[in-house]
Design a binder for this molecule. Structure first.
Ligand code: CU
Length: 281
C-alpha cells in the first residue's frame, strides 16, 4: 500500500489510542522521566513539584519543569495557569531576577515549564524564596517557600552597570556540553528595569572573543558576535573552541546604535574584558 493511503490509517489509530482516557495515560507515562526532583512545595490541597536536569537550583540559567498534584485525588492538574516570582532577600533590600512565563510543556499533559536566571546567591545557598501563584478551576492559590540556590562553579552569568547607567544581566544558556568544534552559543540578556522587573533586551549586539588565559591568551578562528533573535528573545553566535580546558569568553555589549555599553577589546596590553563569561571542559 502506498504511504499516502497508509498515513490516514496510522493517524486515525494514533488519535484513538491516545485519547481513550487522559488520566490513565498520565499514570502510565512518566512525564518527568530524565528529570530530577528539586523540591516539593506543599500548599494545602496541592503539592507543587519542581524539577530540572540536576535536581538543584544553581546560579545562572535554570530550565525548570513543574507539576501540581491534587492531594485529594492523587492526580496531576492539567489545566492550571501558573506564574512565579523568585525573590532574594539581601541585608538591606530585596530583588528578583530574570524569569520567563510558565507554559505547558510541549507534548505533555501535566508538566509546565519556564526558566529562572539566578544572578547571585549567598555562599551557603540561602537567600532566595519562590512564590507560586496559580489558578485551578477559577480558584486562585498562592504559596511562598524558601529555596536553595547553589553557586555554579563557572561564571555563567554576569550582572553589571552599562555606560548608559542601566543595570544588565547576561547569562550563558548554551553550549551546555561544549566540545572541540564551533559551538552554538546562546545567551540571555536582560535589563534591570527595577528590583523586580527584568525584561529581555532587544536588538543589541554581544561581541565575542574567547581566549585561553592559561595558554598565552590565544583565541580561536571563526567566532561570530551574538545577535538578537526576535522569535525567542535570546542572542545567538558561533563559539569556536579548539581544545579542552579553561576558556574565558570575553564580551562587549553594544546597544542598537553600536555604542559600547560594557567591555573592552582584548589586546597585548589588555588581557581580558571587564565583561566576560567562562567555561571549562
Ligand atoms: Cu542579591
Amino acid at each position: 500500500m502506498k504511504l499516502k493511503y497508509l498515513l490516514p490509517i496510522v493517524c486515525f489509530t494514533l488519535f484513538f489510542s491516545c485519547s481513550t482516557d487522559d488520566n490513565d495515560d498520565t499514570m502510565l507515562i512518566n512525564e518527568v522521566e530524565n528529570l530530577q526532583l528539586i523540591k516539593t512545595i506543599e500548599n494545602g490541597d496541592q503539592s507543587i513539584e519542581l524539577y530540572n536536569e540536576k535536581g538543584m537550583f544553581e546560579t545562572g540559567y535554570n530550565m525548570i519543569s513543574l507539576r501540581i498534584k491534587d492531594n485529594n485525588t492523587n492526580t496531576y492538574v492539567e489545566d492550571a495557569t501558573i506564574s512565579w516570582m523568585p525573590v532574594m532577600q539581601m541585608p538591606t533590600m530585596q530583588h528578583s531576577c530574570p524569569k520567563s512565563e510558565i507554559t505547558k510543556a510541549i507534548g505533555k499533559d501535566t508538566v509546565y515549564q519556564g526558566f529562572i536566571i539566578y544572578q547571585m546567591t549567598f555562599e551557603d545557598g540561602s537567600g532566595w524564596s519562590l512564590t507560586l501563584d496559580y489558578t485551578i478551576n477559577d480558584v486562585d492559590y498562592s504559596v511562598t517557600e524558601t529555596i536553595n540556590v547553589m553557586q555554579y562553579e563557572n561564571q555563567n552569568t554576569a550582572s553589571f552597570m552599562g555606560s548608559d547607567d542601566s543595570r544588565y544581566i547576561v547569562a550563558l544558556i548554551a553550549p551546555k556540553a561544549p566540545s572541540i568544534a564551533i559551538n552554538n552559543m546562546k545567551v540571555g540578556l536582560f535589563k534591570m528595569e527595577n528590583m523586580m522587573t527584568f525584561p529581555a533586551v532587544e536588538d543589541y549586539t554581544i561581541a565575542l572573543d574567547p581566549r585561553m588565559p592559561g595558554m598565552g591568551n590565544h583565541s580561536s578562528p571563526n567566532n561570530t558576535d551574538l545577535t538578537y533573535n526576535s522569535a525567542d528573545h535570546f542572542y545567538y553566535g558561533n563559539l569556536s573552541l579548539t581544545m579542552t580546558g579553561y576558556w574565558k569568553l570575553n564580551l562587549k555589549l553594544l546597544d542598537a546604535s553600536g555604542t559600547v555599553l560594557k567591555g573592552e577589546d582584548v589586546t597585548e596590553n589588555n588581557e581580558s574584558s571587564s565583561l566576560y563569561l567562562d567555561l571549562e571542559f
